[in-house]
Design a protein around this ligand. Sequence first.
Ligand code: 4NP
Length: 158
Amino acid sequence: MKRVLFVCLGNICRSPLAQALFEKEIEERGLSPAVVADSCGCSGWHSGDLPDPRMRTEAARHGIDLTHRARKITNRDGSEFDYIFAMDEEIYDRLSDELGEKYWNKIRLFREWDQPDADGSRDVPDPYYGGREGFAAVYDICERNCRLIADRLFPCND
Ligand code: 4NP
């Protein structure tokens, strides 16, 4: 079994969406239950909460039901997961503080295999303080990159 973890700040917008879209991708490729996904946040500000209603609305427009409950990352996540994807560069840096050094080789940037934006950024922009279009943009980025990640980690042989 391979375990994949997605990490953002609050675990109510970006990473629960990435988790759900990655699970769908894995399911469609016939890889479940050999590959499992989870998500968490660097903060515990929203622990126990469902994803943000705006993120749930955007996901629902695409037929995706977000039911994850937010949780804060723990050092145990470092040992339990094989791949740990940070949704932006700031989270990537924070993960090296949160997790022991022996787990640092598991940490990746979620958009590692994506084209950088015009400004050279590979962040999934934090949509929390913005409008609906920010959530739509997060959806597109997450959908595209979940496909890219599955292609890289679990390539098909046919
Ligand atoms: P996320 O978005 O990291 O994608 O879940 C945020 C959620 C909550 C907050 C910031 C970002 N907050 O400040 O509470």
